[in-house]
Design a protein around this ligand. Structure first.
Ligand code: TRP
Length: 335
């Protein structure tokens, strides 16, 4: 029997989830829910840090993300799913942690740095956006999670969380907070259908778990491949070719994939043949998710009930953590 671990992850509800989310972290969560105490958080507060002018979008996507979770098989009997904004202890912890982090350290967080550049915030970055890693440290520590299954872009967040945990425990002479370990998937991050490094809504290069069969077909048939692979007989490149990256992530028949790669590199294997195989694999993977999702979306009240129950459970744990934290900080007034 494994040591009892506590797992927490989350997603920003800014759109439906795509196959990159699946490969990056949903697949690991499906494995972890059978073995450990798992929490999955819908990060509406974090979503607002770059969508504060669009609260309606965040609100709508809370339900979409919850539907994606349930459709892929995150089981509310095993996993506690909750909404971030309904756990006020996370906001409280964030305020305490902010004293333990310098603004310079936040500016150097590689993920935040990249996002500030991508979004063009420059010097006008809001305090809320700059400090969201601190809020993320509160997400993780509020349930005392020691395992965080995420994509590799989240590694700097876990590192920063652990710095805060160590500083807190040292300064307040306590063991109230627990360090966490990231669990990174074996497959590298999935590129977009256009071959760009990241699958994202804004780039329009994502395949969503909720896409119809027709849309999936269109997206796969139009995928970027090796641009120099002009004739079937030409040797083709497998590196930087997203069709093969997706096969690596979703085709369980590793041997056949390897044979196709060899054949493609030698020349004589056409893009269409590879894409057709990928299409079959993806449809077989997505079809059951799609139909479960359609069924679940007919009863939004049941979905909200799952979130309510999970949120109430999480609050109990959060209150326990909060009382330990306040005790260590001499903020226990007894009334
Ligand atoms: N930052 C994560 C993302 O963009 C979402 C997230 C918020 C998260 N809080 C978390 C992930 C806590 C893991 C643990 O995908």
């Amino acid at each position: 029997m494994d040591r009892m671990r506590i797992v927490l992850t989350g997603d920003r509800p800014t759109g439906p989830l795509h196959i990159g989310h699946y490969a990056g972290s949903l697949a690991n969560r499906l494995l972890l829910q059978d073995r450990y105490k798992q929490y999955v958080m819908i990060a509406d507060v974090q979503a607002l840090t770059d969508n504060y002018e669009n609260p309606q979008k965040v609100r709508e996507n809370v339900v979409e993300v919850a539907l994606d979770y349930l459709a892929v098989g995150i089981d509310p009997a095993k996993t506690t799913i909750f909404i971030q904004s309904l756990i006020p202890e996370i906001a409280e912890l964030t305020i305490f942690y902010l004293n333990l982090v310098t603004v310079n350290r936040l500016r150097r967080n590689p993920t935040v740095k990249t996002e500030i550049n991508q979004k063009g915030y420059g010097e006008n970055v809001t305090a809320g956006f700059l400090m969201y890693p601190v809020s993320q440290a509160a997400d993780i520590t509020v349930v005392r999670a020691d395992c965080v299954p995420v994509g590799e872009d989240q590694l700097p967040m876990i590192e920063q969380t652990n710095e805060i945990v160590r500083t807190f425990n040292r300064i307040y002479r306590t063991d109230a907070l627990v360090e966490a370990e990231a669990l990174i998937p074996k497959v590298a991050r999935l590129p977009g259908t256009d071959g760009k490094a990241k699958m994202s809504k804004s780039l329009g290069n994502a395949i969503y778990l909720s896409d119809s069969a027709e849309v999936v077909k269109q997206k796969i048939m139009n995928m970027y491949t090796d641009p120099n692979h002009l004739r079937v007989t030409d040797p083709g490149k497998v590196e930087g070719n997203p069709v093969f990256d997706y096969l690596d992530a979703f085709d369980a028949d590793v041997k056949t994939v390897q044979e196709m790669k060899d054949h493609y590199q030698q020349g004589g294997l056409g893009d269409m043949v590879v894409k057709k195989r990928l299409l079959e694999i993806m449809q077989a993977f997505l079809e059951p998710i799609r139909s479960r999702r359609a069924l679940l979306s007919q009863d939004k009240k049941a979905v909200m009930d799952v979130l309510k129950k999970g949120t109430l459970q999480t609050r109990e744990v959060a209150q326990q953590t909060m009382s330990r934290v306040k005790n260590a900080m001499h903020l226990d007034y007894g009334f």
